[in-house]
Design a protein around this ligand. Structure first.
Ligand SMILES: [Zn+2]
Length: 314
């Protein structure tokens, strides 16, 4: 029998939004060249407002990881996000996967975006999320660059196997990278049958039955007593977005599946679970100590044995 303590309060999860437009996603990079972005109708501003309304209606505060490209074009929207009580964080400038950038180009983008968002909103930008979760064994230098740029945390790893991203051997929950000295807060996975399963949003949230998704996050909250990190994009609540021609079947399914269902599902999700901003959930003074983990470059391993000692974050 499983008795719940009467004092036990529900675990609070982090709600996050990656603010970019539909034509900037990795799944379309072979069909839409960067220099043609300006030819596509911009929908990110209206879609982000829709997300803000949804959150306001349910009294949810979230972290918005925003592309510098979007911030530069929609400064008023940046101020609205901050004024509504959300955390403003960085998604880099131009949505290049880190694997395609030099360290200098990466640093330039994360510094530029941080300063731009801070100037626009008057609040410190502490968090960063890599485009397409592209921090991996060959790009661990990105953590050093983020620390040098003044970021306090990253949420750039999904510890699953996936064709576009993923670092399946990385820890499932928040940890400090030993050599680079950065706090990494991975997107949530569920542990079952000796492997990690996606449980943090994205295409899986639209693909899987909602009840299955809910069961996974509940398991993380109740059995493991851990906070989850959930993410989605403003274009995922926009079923009327222009269809991009020439996309492979796999990417077409991945991008367009169940778009009309996303907003109602997110409303259900925020009714079923408690959510707050990343900084409130993970960076509050006195919060749990996070382990220090050695991530191995060029080999996707970060075994338990790599944990050397706990270090408080506050
Ligand atoms: Zn993105």
């Amino acid at each position: 029998m499983n008795l719940k303590s009467p004092q036990s309060s529900p675990v609070i999860n982090a709600m996050t939004v990656d603010v970019e437009d539909y034509f900037q996603v990795a799944a379309f990079e072979d069909c839409i060249h960067r220099q043609d972005w300006g030819h596509w109708p911009v929908r990110v501003e209206a879609n982000t407002r829709r997300v803000l309304e949804l959150f306001e209606g349910h009294d949810v505060h979230a972290t918005f990881f925003i592309l510098g490209w979007v911030a530069e074009r929609f400064p008023a929207l940046m101020r609205e996000i901050a004024a509504a009580g959300h955390e403003v964080a960085s998604h880099g400038f131009g949505h290049e996967r880190i694997t395609t950038l030099s360290r200098a180009a990466f640093s330039e983008g994360v510094v530029r975006t941080k300063h731009m968002l801070e100037d626009l909103t008057g609040t410190a930008v502490r968090g960063y999320r890599a485009p397409s979760y592209s921090v991996g064994p060959t790009t661990l230098w990105a953590y050093e660059a983020l620390r040098e740029a003044g970021y306090d945390y990253s949420s750039s790893i999904v510890p699953i196997r996936h064709d576009l991203y993923g670092m399946p051997e990385a820890p499932r929950f928040a940890f400090f990278t030993k050599h680079e000295g950065m706090l990494e807060i991975p997107v949530t996975t569920m542990r079952m049958w000796n492997r990690n399963w996606p449980c943090g949003g994205g295409g899986y949230f639209r693909l899987l039955p909602y009840a299955l998704f809910r069961r996974g996050l509940r398991r993380v909250n109740r059995r493991e007593s851990r906070s989850g990190v959930f993410y989605f994009h403003p274009w995922e609540v926009d079923p009327d977005q222009p269809r991009v021609p020439g996309v492979t079947t796999k990417n077409r399914v991945r991008h367009y599946l169940n778009l009309a269902r996303t907003a109602p599902r997110i409303e259900q999700l925020v009714r079923d679970f408690r959510f707050d901003r990343m900084d409130k959930v993970f960076l509050a003074p006195g919060h749990a100590d996070y382990p220090v983990v050695t991530l191995q470059p060029d080999a996707p391993t970060a075994h338990q044995g790599g944990i050397s000692h706990a270090r408080p974050f506050g």
